[in-house]
Design a protein around this ligand. Sequence first.
Ligand code: MG
Ligand code: MG
Length: 254
Amino acid sequence: MIVLKSAAELAIMREAGRIVARVLEAIREAARPGVTTTELDALAERILEQHNARPVFKGYTFSEEIPPFPATITASVNEELVHGIPGSRRLREGDLFTADCGCLYNGFVGDAAITIGIGTISPEAQRLLDVTNEALAVGIAAAKAGNRIGDVSAAIQCYVEGQGYNVVRGYGGHGVGRTMHEDPHVPNYGRPNRGTLLRPGMTFAIEPMVLQGKKEVITLEDRWTVVAKDGKLTAHCEHTIAVTDNGAEILTTL
Ligand code: MG
Ligand code: MG
């Protein structure tokens, strides 16, 4: 079931989104060679506290067999596509580092992610990063009232594959509201003019997850970290958006 948000609810979601954007900007500033991903996680937690927001990833689980996620952000480096657990790993010059953060503020969720180049990165890594950011822009541009979810999915897939990369299949965007994962699912692949019709008041996360190599991924023994099976580079970025009468409004922005 898709829940349309009122103007008052959207105002709160804008606040939640701004808090997440502040977290990610602080991480962008702090993510340097030598910094550990746990230090970045602690920074995120402090900023959420300062804004009376709660992390939504911490304690999250989707199955009794999976241990609850232990941190405020997910921290995924290089071949790690999504859901990396922050730890003692130090970022190194040339890494591609992805931070994803979700917060709950005043009853509503904001969810966004960025991939950052650490220090000087290779031209190949920079191109992957640029394509991933542009894939998000292309997806957001397709999120117009009257279009369908399939138009967003197809726009992302078509752009990414046209650049010689792949999108992952088993993970994607999702409705966002009072909880982090609502309907509809927003795959990064699909066919135009299919799926749910987009209407003003719908709010969902668009999150291209792009692989430099093949599209197959595996989950590590920690039960969370999803990595490219071929070990090649990956990137991921995300905004929560609202469908309006005039295109998509990005909620997770300053
Ligand atoms: Mg996210
Ligand atoms: Mg998300």
